[in-house]
Design a protein around this ligand. Structure first.
Ligand code: PXL
Length: 283
């Protein structure tokens, strides 16, 4: 059984980070070892002042324990970080397991704006994680932040999309997946690039007029689960996109309050089916 160390926060309400990563990867037959970066009463988008306990001083000692035990991981997957110090601890984690697939979800912002916990220093230092990552999964806002550009939510041409993917890959990772791209032909797409074989992909999906927190965490988890189970990159992006589309539509159909996140508990069994996926196109 494949094993993932997930370095993310644990938020008690709002269905994001470890609350969705643990069940999602488990449903896909992958063992998750949580390494909590912080404990929050809720996520930071829509519940007012949150109770937050920063666990920066926990990560290194936990890593040392795993090293003493001689434990290994197939994948190290980092996400929401509560302080810039945690960048150093993620770097230590990545360096300690050189054979593990290194996935960095560059959680910094959405909808053209940084999250309120994302400081200028965190944004600058995120590039150190990107430099050692094998795979990164920014949304369109985070793509601009990583490229040092102003977030631009205008539709992009295929050429612009390829340029953004390639420029991010130049910063280190072999695989770049950009989520939530509005394309010039009117389609909403998730995009992928593998620089080892210069392949560019897009997976179109239908969106709903609502924005749910935690969907980036859910998307990256299904993507990682697929890749660890042997999916090609376009098949893995198709799987995660299709699963998110179904889950988001189900949630929207109940007119559920967006800040509580998506009703993935309903759709989780779909991940067990491991159905073949083909909703991808070349970009
Ligand atoms: O889903 C990203 C995320 C993770 N963790 C916390 C957040 C957010 C996004 O708002 O607030 C605590």
């Amino acid at each position: 059984m494949k094993r993932v160390a997930a370095i993310h926060d644990l938020s008690g309400m709002g269905r994001c980070s470890l609350s969705v990563i643990l069940p999602t990867l488990s449903a896909m037959g992958i063992q998750v070892c949580p390494v909590p970066t912080a404990i929050l009463s809720t996520h930071t988008g829509g519940f007012g002042e949150v109770e937050l306990r920063d666990l920066t001083d926990y990560i290194s000692p936990a890593l040392e324990h795993y090293k003493r035990l001689g434990e290994d991981f197939d994948c190290i997957y980092s996400g929401f970080l509560a302080s810039t110090g945690q960048i150093d601890h993620c770097l230590e984690f990545f360096a300690s397991f050189p054979n593990a697939l290194k996935v960095v979800d560059t959680v910094m912002g959405d909808n053209g704006k940084p999250y309120r916990t994302c400081t200028e220093e965190l944004r600058r230092r995120m590039s150190e994680l990107v430099a050692v990552a094998d795979i990164i999964t920014p949304n369109v806002t985070e793509t601009a932040m990583l490229l040092g550009e102003e977030p631009d939510l205008m539709p992009m041409t295929s050429q612009q999309a390829k340029s953004r993917l390639a420029r991010l890959a130049e910063k280190g990772p072999d695989i770049v997946v950009i989520t939530g791209a509005d394309m010039a032909d009117g389609k909403k797409c998730n995009l992928g690039y593998d620089k080892r074989n210069s392949s560019f992909w897009r997976v179109p999906y239908h969106s709903v007029p609502a924005n749910y927190p935690g969907t980036g965490d859910l998307f990256a988890s299904v993507l990682i689960g697929g890749l660890l189970r042997g999916d090609s990159l376009p098949i893995a992006i198709s799987r995660s996109t299709g699963y998110l589309e179904t889950t988001i539509k189900a949630t929207y159909s109940y007119s559920a309050e967006a800040r509580y996140g998506v009703m993935f508990e309903r759709t989780l069994p779909l991940l067990n089916e491991n159905k073949e996926q083909d909703n991808f196109e070349t970009l």
